[in-house]
Ligand binder design. Structure first.
Ligand code: COA
Length: 247
């Protein structure tokens, strides 16, 4: 079975990370799968809302470190850059149902979702600097704007995780529940009953004020991220993770 599945349930497209044995760490192929699932959903009039969720106990452990070492994404045409662009441009409501670990892009992608539902035990983290990298997905703009500069600086610069309660208080999570997928599907169904063009226009208006600035920040982040990926700091951090895993 594919490591990204995309299934239509009524008017909702459910996109699912499906690599639970590796904590849904995201490979190049999975980024490509996410991009085509999002683009298909954007172009399909029958799809009113997308729910993004995961198989297993975790949302995602973020970028697959082994794959990053083998295939560092340095071009703007890379699968990861294309995924982030499709996320920024996605025109319909995007609801995330998260649980367990939401690491790296597993947290930064939530900044682009319209509604995030999480379990009480979800742990959010963005340990980019610990890996010798920089935050991505426009998060160096979106996260400080959401939580305040100093709180964002502390989280980015320490790599410390934060809880679902903290995420809700920050405004990153809308609802905490033991069954986020069920709640996400209920909300998706309710939105699906609304006039679709009114929903698309509302999202476009809500995002318009920031769109161009976020696109510019994403571009800058990607350039530095691509360089950092080839740095000694990143190589050391990646080797440390890999050697821990092979013990
Ligand atoms: N890339 C590749 N493989 C990963 C991964 C990642 N980002 N995160 C987890 N995995 C794999 C592990 O290698 C392990 O596979 P194995 O059983 O074949 O060795 C499996 O997923 C389970 O992970 P494990 O580390 O054993 O679970 P844990 O509960 O001890 O730790 C984490 C969980 C999330 C703290 C730990 O996996 C981790 O730090 N992962 C890296 C997170 C990260 O830095 N992501 C990149 C952000 S840019």
């Amino acid at each position: 079975m594919s490591e990204i599945t995309s299934t239509r349930i009524g008017q909702t497209q459910v996109i699912r990370f499906n690599r639970p044995e590796k904590m849904n760490a995201i490979t190049r192929d999975m980024y490509a799968g996410l991009t085509s699932a999002l683009n298909d959903a954007a172009g399909d009039f029958g799809v009113r809302t997308v729910v993004i969720t995961s198989e297993g106990d975790h949302f995602t452990a973020g970028n697959d470190i082994k794959d990053f070492m083998a295939n560092p994404p340095t071009e703007e045409s890379s699968d990861v850059a294309r995924f982030l662009a499709s996320l920024l441009e996605f025109p319909k409501p995007l609801i995330a149902a998260v649980k367990g670990n939401a690491v790296g892009v597993g947290t930064t992608m939530l900044l682009h979702c319209d509604i995030v539902i999480a379990t009480p035990n979800t742990s959010f983290s963005m340990p980019f600097t610990s890996l010798g990298l920089v935050p991505e997905a426009g998060s160096t703009k979106l996260f400080p704007e959401l939580v305040g500069y100093q709180r964002a600086a502390r989280i980015f610069m320490t790599g410390d995780p934060f809880t679902a309660d903290e995420a809700k208080e920050m405004g990153l999570v809308e609802t905490i529940t033991s069954d986020p997928e069920k709640v996400a599907m209920e909300i998706a169904e309710q939105i699906g009953q609304q006039p679709p063009q009114a929903i698309i226009n509302t999202k476009a208006l809500m995002k318009a004020g920031k769109h161009d600035a976020v696109a510019a920040v994403m571009k800058a982040e990607f350039q530095i991220f691509a360089l950092a990926l080839q740095s000694e700091e990143a190589a050391d951090a990646f080797m440390k993770f890999m050697s821990k895993k092979s013990k």
